[in-house]
Structures are given as C-alpha cells and as structure tokens.
Design a protein. Structure first.
Length: 471
C-alpha cells in the first residue's frame, strides 16, 4: 500500500467518527480528567508545605503542559493527540511507543482509581460495611463493576459516554467545593486543626516526602486527554485551547483550596492516603450537626470517580484505534462499530486487559500496598510519552504556523524554554515513581513489581511493533 493509499484509508476510518463533543462537554472533560480528589488527601498528608509544592508543580509542570498541549492541539488537532504529534515530530516508532505506553498506563490506572472509589463508597452506608475495608474480594468485585460501566457506556458511543464524563465532573467538583466550605466553617467554629506557620510551609527534603512530588505531577496531568479525540470534537482547533485555559485555572485553584481546607479540618498526621477526604468530611459534618452530608458526598465521589474512569477510558481507547489504522496493531483495532460509531474493538480489548490488572494488583500485598504499586506503575508508563510530547513541541517549532494556529505567548523561545522545564520535571517524576511508598511493608517486592511490570510493558510493546512491521 502506498503512502497516499494509507492516508486515504486513515481518512476513511476517521470519517466514520462522530463529532459528539461541544465546548461545554470539552470543559467538563478537562475538569473530570484534570482534577483527582483522591490526591487531595495525599497532598494534605504532607502538611502546609503541600501548598508550596502545588504552586511549584503548577509552575514547573502544569503551565508548561498547558501551553504545550495548547500549541500542539492548535497545530495538529488530529485523532490520537500526543501519538500524532510525536509521530509527526520524530517518526513512526517514537509515535507508536508514546501512544502505546500512554495507553498501557491506563491499564493499572483504572484499578488504582477504582480501589480508591471502592474505599470511599463504603461511607455511603455509614459504618455498616466497615469490615470490607480490608477485603480483597470486595475491592476486586467493585472494580470490575465500575470498569464494566466505564467501558460499556463508551462502547455504545461518545454521544452516550460523554454524559458519564460530564456527570463525573459534577461528582468530583461538588465534593471538592463542599470540602472547601466545610473546612472554612470548621476553622471558624472550632479553630484550625493545623498550625500554619512560616516554617510549616517549607517542603521537606526527606526522601519519603520527595517521593510524594511525583504524585503531585501525576495529579496535575491530564490536559492532553481530550486531544486524543481530536476528530470527535466540534471545531477542535478553536475549542481545545479555550477549554484548556478555563479548566487549567479552575483545577489549580481547587487543588490548592481543597488541600488547605482539609488541613483546616484535621491534622496532617491523621490523614490517610485512601480515605482522608471522607474522614475529614465525616468528622466535620458531625461537628456541624449535619452527619448525613457524609453519605451524600461519598455517593458523589463514587459516581465522580467512575465518570473519571470513563473519561480516561475514552481518551486512552483512541490510541490503539489510530495505531491500528497505521497498521502497527492488528487491523481489528481500527474497526468502528457500524451503529454506535465507536472504536469498539480497541475499547473492549482495553477493558479486558484492565480487568487482568485488577487481579494482578492484589497479588501478594495488602489493599493499600496494591494501590501504591498501581499508582507508581501508572506514573512511569504515563510520563514517558510526556517526554516525547515536550520534545515534539521543540521539534515542531521548525514548521511554519499559519494565522489559525494559537502559539505559546512569546513564540519559539518561550515555547522551547517551557518544553525544557516540562521535560526536566517529567524525568524527575519518573525517577521518584520508581521508589516505594514509605509505609510499604514489602519494599523489595514493590520495587520489583513497579520496575519489572513497567519494563515488561515496554518490551511487549516493542515486540508488537516488530511483529506488526513484519506483517
């Protein structure tokens, strides 16, 4: 098949996709993929210094990421997002590897997200099911049901699946705003549970605290997510940059405000990684005489996290689809459902592999240990494509940009500087993600799982690429 024929085949497959996402859907998509309430408790556990870390993270990672995605999306608003950008900048194999790893990063991400969701869902029923907090069976069953919902609604079409994403944004942002309000109310009525002094804002340089910085970078990621669906967005070249700027500001504000509010409500030493948000809300609600609000917030977080999983499922699922179109994965991945207009094969395969990770993550460790291993593995696989993406911004500065392209303010010099800062921050985050959590009972096993599974994922991807090339 000639290059021209390949281009025609690709355009033919893309043409069957429906532009189902408008500007409002796009903003909500960024809000649900860009804000993870589960990371608020992790940040607050570091104390007041987490506020400074949020600000550093925003300047060193979030701002470079925002403007990188803004310009690349405006230059090339193509289906596949970072895969298409990397392929254009560096060639076929780097493009494939970035798309493949980004896709694979979501496989451990889904169970880690749903483990957190399962833990918080128990608060919907008060203390009636506390005995399930350490039940592996409960966490596995809950995760499988959540995965089925997230994948199923996306398979029946983005015009249906987007409502789960939109509902997820509401489900995550309302609890975040409620937390801010309750934190302020608690401080006004009972005083702050945390002492905010000049010294307390200085970040710790102990290794166990520095490891947390990679989690901050991970929680600030996601601005590239909607670009994966470039050909399914109405007027993508115009709407993506506008939605990016609006959601980027809102996400940063809520992260900082919610972290401060949680510290106002309870001491950092008492905040647990998995359930700090609900512990704080339950405690403050009881003090304020409105204990019933805890169950409502828990329900919203449950729905919100499932919606968040659905949004990431939609974004990641487009990568094997476009790689399949480019003949580097079996042709079945490029199939679009004749009725629903979704890349259903890519989505179903993604769901099946994610289900395997639900079980694999629980092998030989506790629930919280599995949670930490899965998050760390997702960070490594997720951030390697970011290195390519920041590099692509630098490389593509050589291409002329028409008047329709929204450039980084300041042009080429500023774009390159931001890309270098983002690249460096990403590389540091990858290194920190390889280290196990301080409270991990079996650190050697955790390291073996994180590094071993990540390496195996890369080797498998290279093997698939070689096999695809031979065919």
């Amino acid at each position: 098949m000639t290059v021209a024929e390949e281009g025609t085949a690709k355009e033919g497959a893309i043409a069957h996709l429906k532009r189902a996402m408008g500007f409002r859907d796009l903003v909500l998509f960024y809000l649900v993929t860009g804000f993870s309430i589960r990371f608020i408790s992790s940040a607050a556990a570091a104390g007041p210094s987490s506020v400074v870390i949020w600000i550093i993270g925003a300047l060193a990672f979030y701002v470079p990421l925002m403007f990188t995605v803004l310009e690349l999306s405006s230059r090339h608003p193509d289906e596949g997002g970072l895969y298409a950008w990397t392929r254009r900048a560096f060639g076929e194999f780097p493009g494939y590897l970035s798309g493949y790893l980004y896709w694979c990063s979501n496989l451990p991400y889904f169970p880690s997200l749903f483990y957190f969701t399962a833990a918080n869902a128990l608060y919907v029923f008060g203390h009636h099911f506390d005995h399930l907090q350490h039940s592996q069976s409960y966490f596995i069953i809950f995760s499988m049901i959540a995965l089925a919902i997230a994948s199923g609604l996306n398979v029946v079409g983005l015009n249906i699946g987007k409502w789960l994403h939109n509902l997820g944004a509401i489900g995550l942002w309302v609890p975040g705003i409620v937390l801010v309000g309750m934190g302020i109310a608690s401080a006004m009525l009972y005083g702050s549970a945390t002492s905010f002094t000049a010294h307390s804002f200085i970040p710790s340089t102990h290794l166990k605290d520095i490891i947390f910085w990679s989690t901050v970078a991970f929680s600030l990621s996601g601005l590239e997510s909607a670009s994966m669906l470039g050909d399914e967005i109405e007027n993508a070249r115009r709407n993506i940059p506008r939605a990016l700027l609006i959601s980027g500001v809102l996400v940063t504000i809520l992260y900082v405000a919610a972290t401060v509010a949680l510290l106002l409500a309870m001491p950092a030493a008492e905040i647990q990684t998995m359930q700090g948000i609900m512990r704080a809300i339950t405690l403050v609600a009881t003090k304020l005489g409105i204990p019933w609000i805890g169950a409502g917030v828990a329900l919203l977080i449950t729905v919100g996290c499932i919606g968040q999983g659905g949004a990431w499922f939609a974004a990641a699922g487009r990568l094997p689809f476009v790689i399949g179109i480019d003949k580097r994965l079996p042709p079945a991945f490029a199939k679009i459902h004749p009725k629903w207009g979704s890349p259903y094969v890519a989505l179903l395969v993604q769901a099946a592999i994610a289900a395997v990770f639900v079980f694999a993550g629980q092998a030989g460790t506790s629930v919280e240990g599995a949670y930490n291993v899965l998050v760390s593995m997702a960070v490594i696989a997720f951030f390697i494509p970011y290195l390519f993406m920041f590099g692509a911004l630098i490389k593509l500065q050589r291409e002329p940009a028409g008047p329709e392209v929204m450039r980084v303010p300041g042009g080429k010099p500023v774009a390159i500087a931001l890309a270098v800062v983002g690249f460096t921050t990403t590389a540091v985050a990858i290194g920190l993600a390889m280290l196990p959590a301080d409270d991990e009972p079996n650190k050697p096993l955790a390291v073996i799982k994180i590094v071993g599974l990540s390496a195996a994922t890369i080797v498998l991807g290279i093997g698939l690429y070689v096999i695809g090339g031979r065919k």
